[in-house]
Design a protein around this ligand. Structure first.
Ligand SMILES: [Fe+2]
Ligand SMILES: [Fe+2]
Length: 159
């Protein structure tokens, strides 16, 4: 759940940065709305972490800053690529949440409900970005994003 929480820190930082650099007003509102939903996800995961009696990642400001930098790069690349970045990010998050659901005990209904709802909303975020005209990112960029996500999930699991 701590990894999911870090994911949501990153998600809202990405969307905030992308909203900031977007050249189109409608799209900016789209990114801002998505950032708001990621804030809900952030709250749900934080609450569950507290209930489980553990702590959120100690590196929160670093995750936020890193994601904001990625989001800024995506935003500067132009709106269509920025949307493509959303599609790829949300699909990776969705896949991560699906694998987390597989690993969560059937008895942990509270965690399962949160992860399941987030997974559905991340899929909607990807669909919305596609509908808004997202371009597919080049394979090397997708690979780089997967590598960055791997570092994030591995480190956030521990600290
Ligand atoms: Fe999210
Ligand atoms: Fe999302």
């Amino acid at each position: 759940m701590r990894v999911n929480h870090v994911g949501e820190i990153c998600a809202q930082a990405l969307y905030q940065a992308q909203a900031l650099f977007s050249r189109d007003d409608t799209l900016r509102r789209h990114f801002e709305t998505a950032a708001q939903e990621e804030l809900d996800h952030l709250a749900w995961t934080a609450e569950r972490i507290e209930e489980l009696g553990t702590h959120t990642s100690h590196l929160a400001p670093i995750w936020w800053a890193g994601a904001f930098a990625w989001g800024s790069l995506a935003g500067l690349a132009g709106d269509k690529l920025s949307l493509g970045f959303v599609v790829e990010t949300e699909r990776q998050v969705e896949a991560h949440l699906a694998s987390h659901l597989d690993r969560l005990p059937a008895t942990d209904t509270s965690s399962r409900a949160i992860v399941d709802k987030m997974k559905r909303e991340e899929a909607e975020h990807a669909e919305a970005a596609l509908a808004a005209g997202a371009l597919t990112l080049p394979a090397p960029i997708q690979g780089l994003m997967r590598a960055a996500a791997k570092v994030m999930t591995t480190v956030a699991h521990r600290i």
